[in-house]
Design a binder for this molecule. Structure first.
Ligand code: 5GP
Length: 191
């Protein structure tokens, strides 16, 4: 998606060979116009999948997941990283290891908001090794829902996430695919 790639080229900060910082439009300050366009693009790519629910993880997944859910006209559910005192219902819990924070969280979703009839589209901001996406897919599968696909805003294609997810049978659609972050430069996969 050209608009996103241009934004990454202009504002992305390469922190290391493996980490890209995009706090100016995705992870801290957010660009609502870009968010809307990304939501429409995910909706277009998964239009044939009869999606009934979008599933993401707080906090940076919520914005692109919300615009996708809006474009698809379905609800968005976000998994929580911290147990909420108000989340008293029957919970689905999965352990997810964070690539950037190097911590493992119990990620939870109330059973009330997912059903075996759901066709779930998983959305996340980044794909590195695939832990977050696998965790969300396992949450959907715990209730017997179908994971119709995984939509990623920024895929680091030099890391094993895509390969792991595709090997496990998931369809992965990424709006920007990064080939390398060598020498402080963002290089995209040619498509
Ligand atoms: P994975 O679960 O695929 O290993 O990593 C994806 C998660 O880690 C995303 O939800 C995102 O929060 C975080 N992440 C991974 N790599 C990066 C990165 O290069 N930059 C930023 N900002 N977040 C990342």
């Amino acid at each position: 998606m050209k608009m996103l790639k241009d934004k990454i080229s202009q504002e992305g900060i390469v922190l290391s060979e493996t980490v890209l910082k995009v706090d100016s439009f995705l992870n801290h300050q957010m660009d609502p116009v870009l968010m809307m366009e990304m939501g429409k693009e995910f909706a277009r790519r998964f239009a044939d999948q009869n999606i009934t629910k979008v599933l993401t993880i707080e906090s940076s997944g919520i914005a692109p997941a919300l615009t996708t859910a809006l474009a698809l006209q379905v609800p968005l559910v976000f998994a929580r990283k911290q147990k909420s005192l108000t989340l008293t219902e029957d919970l689905i819990v999965e352990k997810v290891h964070s690539f950037t924070k190097q911590t493992t969280n119990d990620v939870t979703v109330s059973r009330k908001y997912l059903s075996p009839d759901d066709h779930v589209l998983v959305i996340d901001d980044f794909l590195a090794v695939g832990e977050a996406s696998f965790g969300l897919a396992r949450i959907a599968e715990q209730v017997g829902a179908t994971v119709a696909g995984i939509g990623i805003v920024i895929e680091k294609s030099f890391q094993p996430g895509r390969g792991n997810l595709v090997e496990a049978g998931y369809r992965v659609e990424s709006l920007a695919r990064i080939k390398s972050l060598h020498n402080g430069q963002v290089q995209f996969v040619e498509e």
